[in-house]
Design a protein around this ligand. Sequence first.
Ligand code: 5GP
Length: 204
Amino acid sequence: MPSDPLRPGEPRVLLTAAQIEGIVARLAAAMSARYPAGAVLIGVLRGSVPFLADLVRAMTVPVSVDFMAITPYAPGQGRVRLLKDLDLDIAGRDAVIVEDIVDTGLSTAFLRSELQRRRPRSVAVCTLLDRRVRRVVPVEIDFAGAEVTDPYVIGFGLDHEGRYRNLGLIAAADVELLTADADAYVAALYGSTDTAEVHESAHG
Ligand code: 5GP
């Protein structure tokens, strides 16, 4: 992991594109070994899309893909609701929920119980990032990428106000500075280290 000494508030690269690639390869191998007869991967819209796309291409067993969308959890706004349901019937099949990040765990816990009701053979959870320090409900994670503790991360599917999902890397960001001048902030991200890998990911 890059360890450049940065000033407080500057964005910090948590995972380079190459490190993400390594995580995806490891998780795809573990999932291919667990499900030799294949599995249904269920992406949670929209943050999981880049991760899911890389994951399925690295898997070596038959894979189906479907998507779900839910309302984001916000305190005081009641429970999480389903906005888009599956098109596939998962009864009797091995299903894997694919998340960008498991934070409070509320979304994942909701999705897991929602999917369990459809009588799949199994339901597992695969997440690129796991922020355990923020957990509100316990969630069993079967395939975990990297653990993070930073309060706000962007890139590789994770957005800020709808943008930056296409960054090839994952960065910890100061949400106030990001909101004040997002483009300058993200540009600083690419200037924060001169490793070729990070610059490559700007175009990846
Ligand atoms: P939960 O709190 O239910 O575990 O997480 C729900 C969703 O909130 C995640 O799937 C993700 O889309 C979003 N989320 C949580 N933490 C972050 C973060 O640090 N950055 C961004 N961009 N989204 C996040």
